[in-house]
Design a protein around this ligand. Structure first.
Ligand SMILES: Nc1ncnc2c1ncn2[C@@H]1O[C@H](COP(=O)(O)OP(=O)(O)OP(=O)(O)O)[C@@H](O)[C@H]1O
Ligand SMILES: [Mg+2]
Length: 224
C-alpha cells in the first residue's frame, strides 16, 4: 500500500538573487513498511527531499501525497500536526537536551503532546526497551557513548509511534561497529512494520537496504 507519493517535485532556494536547485522534478513512491536508503553526493538534494517528506518544508512545484493526504495544499498548522503525529526524525547529531537524562529526553515530546505522566511511562519504557537502554535511563547525555546517545534519540522518536522514520546520516558521527549496531535497530524496527527512509554514505547500510535511491544534481535514479 502506498504511503508516500511524490510527483514531479521541484524545490529551489533563492539566495542573494541567485537560484539554487534543491530538487528538480523528483517522482518517487514508497510503500508502507519499506526500508529505503538514499544516497548521492554532497549537495545533490537528499536533505531537501527529507525536509519535504518530513513536512518541514514545501515543494515549489509538484505534489506530495502522504497516507492519502495532499500535503502541498495544507496550511502550516495542518502540516505541523501531520509532522508531529506521523513522522519521526533521527539526525547525525543526536540533538538531546543536555540537562535532561535519557528517560526525560524520550519523554519530552509526549509532554508536548499533552499526555499525562501515567500515559507517558509505558510508552517511554517500551521505547527504551526497543533500543536496549533501560539500564541507562538515568544517565545524562554526557554520561553516554555516541552510540547510546543515538539510541536515546531513536527511542525519543519511537515513543511518538511514528508511521515513518526519517533518518539523515544517523551513523555519520559513529565508528563503524557502533554504526552497525544502530543499523540493526533500524532493521528490527523495519521488521516490526515501520517505514524507514535513511540517508547515508555508508556502504554497509546500503548493502542491507531493500531499496536504494540515488540522487545527483537534484534528480533521482533508482538502483537495483
Ligand atoms: N536553506 C537553504 N538555502 C539555500 N540553499 C540551500 C538550502 N538548503 C540546501 N541548499 C542548497 O540546495 C542544494 C541541495 O542541498 P541538500 O542539503 O539537499 O544536499 P544533500 O544532498 O543533503 O548534501 P549533504 O550530503 O552534504 O548533506 C545544495 O546546493 C545546497 O547548497
Ligand atoms: Mg544533507
Amino acid at each position: 500500500m502506498t504511503l508516500i507519493q511524490l510527483q514531479h517535485v521541484s524545490k529551489n532556494y533563492v539566495m542573494g538573487g541567485e537560484t539554487i536547485r534543491g530538487l528538480d522534478g523528483v517522482s518517487l513512491e514508497i510503500d508502507h513498511g519499506e526500508f529505503v536508503a538514499i544516497m548521492g553526493p554532497s549537495g545533490s538534494g537528499k536533505s531537501t527531499l527529507m525536509n519535504i517528506l518530513g513536512c518541514l518544508d514545501v515543494a515549489d512545484y509538484g505534489t506530495y501525497v502522504l497516507d492519502g493526504k495532499a500535503i502541498n495544499q495544507m496550511k502550516d498548522a495542518q502540516m505541523a500536526e501531520i509532522r508531529n503525529r506521523k513522522i519521526g526524525f533521527v539526525f547525525q547529531s543526536f540533538n538531546l537536551l543536555p540537562r535532561l537524562n535519557a528517560y526525560e529526553n524520550v519523554e519530552l515530546p509526549l509532554i508536548y503532546r499533552g499526555m499525562s505522566k501515567k500515559e507517558r511511562e509505558p510508552l517511554v519504557m517500551q521505547a527504551m526497551k526497543d533500543v536496549d537502554l533501560v539500564d541507562r535511563r538515568r544517565h545524562l547525555p554526557s554520561e553516554l557513548s555516541g552510540g547510546q546517545q543515538q539510541r536515546v534519540a531513536i527511542a525519543r522518536t519511537l515513543a511518538g509511534d511514528p508511521a515513518i522514520i526519517l533518518a539523515d546520516e544517523p551513523t555519520g558521527a559513529l565508528d563503524s561497529r557502533t554504526g552497525a549496531e544502530i543499523l540493526d535497530i533500524f532493521k528490527s524496527l523495519n521488521e516490526q512494520g515501520r517505514t524507514i527512509i535513511l540517508i547515508t554514505h555508508d556502504l554497509a547500510i546500503v548493502q542491507q537496504a531493500k531499496r536504494v535511491v540515488y540522487f545527483r544534481d537534484g534528480r533521482l535514479s533508482e538502483v537495483g
